[in-house]
Design a protein around this ligand. Structure first.
Ligand code: ARG
Length: 571
């Protein structure tokens, strides 16, 4: 179906085109009327005419018959009010549309989303949270829009730390054959580190092992695989617990690009881009300077002949463009790596590896802070594991449910704490403008009131409970929408605005916009319940209200699911 917004926009566009082809009507939902078109002001300025004059011309030329009425407000704003007939028709169409007005794109793109990317030698911690949650939401949104998404989990699975872990693994195997268990990944890493710092003989062995790893010595690779496989199996558990769509197949880490790195260097050399500086091989992309105005290098190969982080990212760009045929590439990585990515993209463009038609974006985000507004740490000052954060949230959700003491069936009761905990953590992250920091406050995040995940879940479950209380399935052939109560109309308008909220959220790569929209729907619902009894109303009025409730429930559940948040039936 054509969304309400798109219908209005295209009618207005035809009128604007008569004055200047392509002039943007700047159509928005509005508090003063249903929609507002603010494009007259800018157009009048360009045409050197009075805004009033231009507004009158648009009103005279726009064909809005059967759709809306339009009046001029203030110096030249256009207020639009949907006609009752059109509003009813749109709601009826929405009822019959699985996608609730969001059309699947006509040209599907291949979109590579690089996200999560923990370091394999460590357990996942709060520092991995935002990339994982935001990246997964964006991947889901792109899929829902109809694109082909290739997820890339660019894990740190190569290099010096692994040499150390391999030696430690060997020591442990010898001492009684204890198998390396990922349950204590951090402990394993810490023990290896302590030995490395204290024991010269161990240090020597680890150094030799780095060389063997780089040389792809088969026995070394076998041991490396054991560690990596177990780490990935552990990762998979965390993703499953958090409801993240990444799978083992999406793990394409630094080790995967290792064999491409020599080509990266030779090809940059033959393109004449490599400059040797103190033994290191560098590229100096124009426009990057340090504080003293000196050109900044992107170091492709270090002076010890080892490859750095930049080399594998250059190889990854080539792989994604040439082999995966990416039309779009998103890198959901924290803001401290902004310069790294800008330089990598610049060098890839210089080398001709990144054509202009490929949209390439570093999707940055702020930090997760503790109550003291400093980086979030445990009380003992250590990084907080994601698994323990989730456990704590589950416990609190369970306690909150006990307190509410609602009548829930057995399966719902066991699943709910997990669903609520995930919602609390994910929504708190996603509903913050990703550029901003936020404070990790479980009490606030898990509250059933306020702008929280559990609140939206509750708004959804409350709607479903209305239908459960009906006793029999509700599926009328047609519903007449008169929308006499202003709260009904207000809710209906909110439901019709799902497509533009989704599209704006996706276009700006800002999941919080979709959160803002869903929270607004939940608030419209509250006003609606206060003024419009549903189950105690009768006849056509009751049918209409049930239809609005049904649409609202579907909107909330689709909206939440596209963000990666469960919408349980009962709460
Ligand atoms: N593992 C890296 C880190 O800890 C993040 C990787 C992000 N992705 C990428 N293509 N560089 O910083």
């Amino acid at each position: 179906m054509t969304s309400t917004y798109d219908t209005l926009a295209s009618r207005l566009q035809s009128a604007f085109d008569t004055l200047e082809v392509g002039a943007d009507p700047v159509l928005r939902t509005s508090d003063r009327s249903d929609y507002q078109a603010n494009g007259v002001m800018a157009l009048a300025k360009r045409l050197r005419r009075s805004p009033r004059d231009v507004a009158e011309a648009i009103v005279g030329r726009a064909d809005l018959s059967g759709v809306a009425t339009m009046e001029i407000a203030g110096p030249g704003f256009l207020n639009l009010t949907l006609s009752p007939g059109f509003l009813g028709e749109q709601l009826t169409r929405l009822r019959g549309d699985d996608r609730l007005g969001i059309e699947s794109v006509s040209h599907s793109k291949t979109v590579v989303v690089d996200y999560s990317a923990p370091n394999m030698a460590k357990e996942m911690h709060v520092g991995n949270l935002r990339s994982t949650v935001i990246g997964d939401a964006l991947a889901r949104m792109y899929r829902f829009a109809g694109h082909r998404v290739i997820a890339r989990n660019h894990v740190g699975d190569w290099g010096t730390p692994f040499a150390m872990l391999i030696e430690h693994l060997l020591d442990r195997e010898e001492g009684g054959g204890a198998t390396f268990s990922i349950g204590d990944l951090d402990g394993f890493y810490k023990d290896a580190r302590i030995k490395f710092d204290a024991d010269d003989e161990f240090k020597e062995r680890a150094r030799a092992r780095v060389v063997a790893l780089q040389a792809r010595d088969p026995e070394t690779l076998r041991l490396w695989r054991i560690i990596v496989d177990q780490s990935i199996a552990y990762l998979d558990l965390v993703y499953r617990d958090l409801g993240i769509t990444l799978t083992v197949n999406d793990v394409v880490g630094e080790s995967f690009y290792d064999h491409m790195l020599n080509d990266v260097v030779t090809d940059l050399q033959s393109a004449g881009l490599i400059v040797e500086s103190g033994g290191a091989l560098c590229v100096f992309p124009p426009g990057f300077t340090n504080r003293d105005g000196e050109a900044l290098p992107l170091i492709v190969r270090k002076s010890d002949e080892g490859f750095g982080y930049a080399a594998s990212d250059l190889a990854a760009v080539r792989d994604r463009v040439d082999n995966l045929h990416a039309d779009e590439m998103l890198y959901v990585v924290g803001v401290p790596q902004a310069q790294h990515f800008e330089m990598v993209f610049a060098v890839a463009r210089m080398a001709g590896w990144l054509p202009d038609r490929v949209r390439c974006e570093h999707v940055t985000f702020g930090n997760v802070l503790g109550p003291d507004r400093k980086m979030f740490k445990s009380r003992s000052g250590e990084t907080v594991k994601l698994a323990s954060l989730l456990d704590e949230a589950i416990e609190r959700a369970d306690a909150a449910l006990k307190e509410r003491n609602t009548d829930l069936d057995e399966t719902a009761r066991t699943q709910l704490p997990v669903e609520i905990a995930r919602a609390a953590i994910k929504y708190a992250d996603l509903s913050t403008d990703r550029h901003h920091d936020y404070i990790f406050d479980l009490d606030r995040m898990i509250a059933f009131e306020g702008d929280t995940g559990p609140y939206l879940q509750y708004a959804h479950a409350r709607l479903r409970s209305i239908f459960r209380r009906l006793g029999s399935p509700w599926e009328p052939a047609s519903v007449a929408f008169s929308l006499d109560a202003p709260q009904e109309r207000h809710l209906a308008l909110g439901l019709l605005a799902f497509p533009e909220a989704f599209e704006a959220s996706l276009a700006s790569l800002q999941p919080h916009r979709l959160c803002v929209y869903l929270f607004d729907v939940a608030q419209r619902l509250t006003a609606f319940y206060d003024a419009c009894p549903v189950l105690t109303s009768v006849g056509a009025l009751r049918e209409q209200r049930l239809a609005l409730c049904d649409l609202a429930a579907r909107t909330l559940s689709s909206g939440l699911s596209v963000l990666g948040i469960d919408a349980p039936e009962q709460m």
